[in-house]
Design a protein around this ligand. Structure first.
Ligand code: COA
Length: 376
């Protein structure tokens, strides 16, 4: 057996899905049959969330009602505000979302009249309010109102964060990034959500498992780490030198490589175009140039391509989003994909419980504690 292939379940088909294809020959990334480029060019995030969760694109009335419903679900219960105020300013924002989600599960638990779809709507609507309430409370001491009048989740988040209505380009850039981040088949966090779901656990537990899994640097945390890398350099030449050093030391370069894609990540060209547009609009002369140099070097030296996380980092930077919030923005989006998978798992559930190859000691007899000598 090829142990390298076997590691990390690489190449293992772990189930069926009707939600997305990733890296299929000639198709790339599709959500419910729609190409990601088509969705990123012609839809808004709420349309895509509906598509993922309900299976078809909404018509105008459905979308309008859905957007209104999400707007009505943005408010924070007072007990949740208290919890957010108690979470230290030094906490990682991913831990804030995980804790907030878990707490919400105690005051608005899943029940017959509060279904997984109701909870998905609530989480999609409330996560930006939750994150920015905590952030502003600790930055400014203010207990902010989470009413913004913004129609979209992207607009609502940016408005709360920046304290004013965002411009249309910034809003659309984040909206497109949410579309790109919304779903990605059996990635680690989605698989974690499906495992939790397969035990007949509740929706909040599955989402908390997913958030905890997304937090890692090899998964969602990579966009934060990519920013830390890019902003370290003062010129493209310095970036090239630094990268050569990292590669010589066999260090991982965050935002590059992918388990499934072998030649390119189809989302990367879309987000790269937004990074370029924002860099031009903001008069950036450094970040984008550094990013492109890193991209070229990684391709020339390692045949590695940027994944979605790499250029998302500079897009979020140009939009005024603090780096520790990059992965939480991923959560805002992926909640749609996680929900679609939780519902799909429930419709045809079987406990997920694989086997393992045992490599430990052969069977042996226990020596009573008093007779055991010193350990060697
Ligand atoms: N930087 C440097 N080298 C990398 C690399 C990166 N980002 N990604 C892969 N490689 C190298 C590995 O070191 C390995 O080299 P080796 O064969 O000499 O040991 C080879 O490419 C294969 O990588 P491997 O770790 O086996 O691939 P994987 O499928 O297990 O990992 C990722 C996929 C995404 C976890 C990996 O590419 C990575 O860690 N990327 C950085 C984190 C990141 O951007 N995550 C977001 C993913 S969307």
């Amino acid at each position: 057996m090829n142990t390298k292939k076997q590691g990390g379940l690489a190449g293992v088909v772990a189930g069926q899905t009707a939600i997305a294809t990733v890296g299929k020959e000639g198709v790339g990334l599709t959500y419910r049959g729609y190409d990601i480029h088509d969705l990123a060019a012609n839809a808004c995030f709420e349309e895509v969330a509906w598509l993922l969760i309900y299976g078809e694109l909404p018509n105008q009335d459905e979308l309008h009602n859905y957007q209104q419903r999400l707007i009505s679900l943005r408010h924070l219960p007072s007990t949740l505000c208290k919890i957010l105020e108690l979470i230290p300013a030094t906490a990682h924002p991913m831990d804030v979302l995980r804790t907030g989600c878990s707490f919400l599960g105690t005051i608005e638990p899943e029940a017959q009249n509060h279904t997984a779809q109701n909870i998905a709507d609530r989480l999609l609507a409330i996560f930006p309010s939750m994150l920015v309430y905590w952030y502003q409370f600790h930055q400014t001491g203010k207990q902010i109102s989470t009413e913004t009048g913004e129609k979209s989740i992207a607009g609502h988040f940016l408005h709360l964060l920046l304290g004013k209505a965002p411009d249309e380009t910034t809003k659309r850039a984040v909206d497109v990034s949410l579309i790109l981040y919304a779903e990605h088949e059996f990635n680690a966090s989605t698989f974690a959500a499906r495992i939790a779901t397969s035990t007949a656990s509740d929706m909040y537990s599955a989402i908390c498992a997913a958030i905890g899994t997304l937090r890692g640097n090899l998964h969602g945390g990579a966009n934060e780490q990519a920013m830390a890398l890019i902003e370290r350099f003062t010129s493209p030449d310095a970036a090239e030198q630094g990268l050569r050093q990292m590669l010589a030391e066999k260090k991982l370069v965050m935002g590059f490589g992918h388990r499934v894609y072998s030649k390119s990540d189809p989302r990367s060209d879309v987000i790269k175009a937004w990074a370029k547009r924002l860099a031009d609009e903001k008069g950036d002369k450094l970040l984008y140039a550094v990013s492109e140099r890193i991209e070229k070097l990684m391709w020339d030296e390692k045949a590695l391509f940027p994944n979605l996380d790499f250029y998302s980092a500079s897009v979020y930077y140009f939009c005024g989003i603090p780096t520790p919030m990059f992965t939480p923005v991923f959560v805002f989006a992926r909640t749609a994909g996680w929900t679609a998978h939780i519902l799909e798992q429930r419709r045809n559930n079987k406990l997920i419980r694989p086997d393992a190859d045992y490599i430990g000691p052969a069977p042996r007899k226990l020596i009573p504690l008093l007779n055991r000598g010193p350990s060697s």
